[in-house]
Design a protein. Structure first.
Length: 177
């Protein structure tokens, strides 16, 4: 089975075609952000301040990369556990976020937000951080540099591999308990 290639920003029509279990590759711009950055984005929204990037059609990758070795744009860039962003992610999906990407199961509230707003949750392979980094061709800190690895980064990716964990229709790759 070949992967479905997606280019960012993602479009609602493309997301509607995805099914849980589909293999995808992403090319274009995605954003790296973790727990503290998500909290700061929600605080900015609460103050009426702009976010550091446009959410419409965006993909947020839950990653805290290591420093780049000489000559490379980024160090190891493996996914972090996603449920820690579940308190924040539904609001971001409501504002146009198309996809988030990390590892592990998500809350019922997050899954409901995906169905309500037409988003998807993608899984990146844990334990393959150095291999995933090969698909990142550029990385730039765009917000909260004082957070170090947890700063928000604009990542340029080329055929970044992932799997659709939760689709926009309630599909789920995890077996029921």
């Amino acid at each position: 089975m070949s992967a479905i290639h997606l280019t960012t920003p993602l479009h609602y029509e493309d997301l509607q075609k995805l099914k849980a279990g589909d293999r995808v590759t992403l090319s274009g711009i995605i954003f790296a952000a973790r727990d503290v950055a998500h909290r700061r984005m929600i605080e900015a929204l609460d103050r009426g301040a702009p976010l550091p990037f446009e959410l419409d059609g965006a993909v947020i990758y839950y990653v805290g990369p290591t420093p780049p070795p000489p000559g490379l744009p980024i160090g190891s860039a493996g996914p972090t556990t996603s449920y820690r962003m579940d308190a924040y992610a539904p609001r971001l999906y409501a504002l146009g976020l198309a996809a988030s990407m990390g590892k592990g199961k998500r809350s019922a509230e997050l899954r409901a937000a995906l169905q309500k707003y037409g988003g998807v949750y993608l899984g990146a392979t844990g334990g393959a951080a150095a291999l995933l980094a090969r698909h990142i061709t550029a990385a730039e800190v765009i917000a909260y540099p004082e957070l170090g690895p947890e700063a928000i980064r604009r990542l340029t990716v080329d055929k970044f591999p992932a799997i659709v964990i939760y689709d926009a229709h309630g599909g789920d790759v995890f077996p029921p308990i």
